[in-house]
Write a protein that binds this ligand. Structure first.
Ligand SMILES: O=C(O)CCC(=O)C(=O)O
Length: 265
């Protein structure tokens, strides 16, 4: 178990629906702001579908083919600044399918993992336009085991538990989680952190798309369930320092992974 400390920076941005050019420009300026700070981030996290927003009726024209444009930008940025990046998620075109995909970059600019959202959100018609992913998002960053989930995925505790059982000490959650479900968002994120005794690092968008309002409240939660940082409803960068040694400490204090009874449930 590592006693590493990481500084995390969450880019809680507004997203212009159906306007990748504006969104790329916005992201580039927020990335610069994130690294031009007295505390240099070790990992930067970006919200869900930041390239297009939920422009589902135009998504075939707007999605990033094989994530190439996104990878070019984020890979060059991570290597230039020696920073890990959880690249939001993007609308990605693969062959004729559209997926909601996260690319994770290490400090050398290498794509170390990708994950496509496996639970599509029917309330926003995702299943009519997007193809669901077919595997979980477990990977390593700076030698630390981590997991990725996207937005609606946090309603499925089995997924977070599978990642924790696979060794994950942190969970990254890019999202576009709207009003009026702030209470669900905060409670579910805290529950995933407490029940799995891991850090939960979530990045939600802000702004209004049509009649849907996104409330931000990106959160960094420690394995004890304490909120280390939380955004408000404005565009901003949320920063926190996390001590990865806390995962082992909490897991030894209340040893839920030893006390589980998987033969009974
Ligand atoms: O589960 C929710 O309430 C919100 C989920 C969502 O907006 C999404 O997955 O895009």
């Amino acid at each position: 178990m590592s006693s590493q400390k990481w500084n995390v920076a969450l880019l809680q941005m507004d997203i212009a629906i159906g306007e990748p050019e504006r969104n790329f420009a916005k992201l580039e300026s927020l990335l610069e702001e994130a690294v031009n700070h007295t505390v240099k981030p070790d990992v930067i996290v970006i919200p869900e579908m930041w390239n297009t927003g939920y422009a589902l009726d135009q998504i075939h024209e707007l999605a990033d083919r094989n994530g190439e444009r996104t990878q070019a930008l984020l890979s060059a940025f991570s290597v230039k600044h020696g920073v890990n990046i959880i690249g939001g998620s993007i609308a990605e075109k693969k062959s004729e399918d559209i997926l909601n995909t996260i690319y994770a970059f290490d400090r050398e600019g290498k794509v170390v993992a990708d994950y496509s959202k496996i639970h599509l959100f029917r309330l926003m018609d995702e299943e009519k336009y997007l193809k669901e992913g077919s595997r979980v998002g477990q990977f390593e960053l700076d030698g630390v085991s981590a997991g990725m989930m996207i937005c609606y995925d946090i309603r499925f505790p089995e997924l977070a538990r599978k990642l924790a059982l696979g060794g994950a000490q942190l969970l990254f959650v890019p999202a576009e989680w709207p009003n009026p479900r702030l209470h669900h968002w905060r409670t579910l994120l805290m529950a995933r952190a407490i029940e799995n005794q891991m850090f939960v690092i979530s990045c939600n968008r802000v702004g209004i798309s049509g009649t849907t309002e996104f409330f931000g409240h990106s959160m960094v939660i420690d394995p004890w369930g304490e909120v280390l940082a939380e955004g408000d409803g404005t565009e901003q960068i949320i920063r926190a320092e996390i001590d990865l040694g806390l995962v082992a400490e909490v897991r030894s204090r209340i040893p839920i992974f030893e006390d589980r009874r998987p033969t009974l449930y």
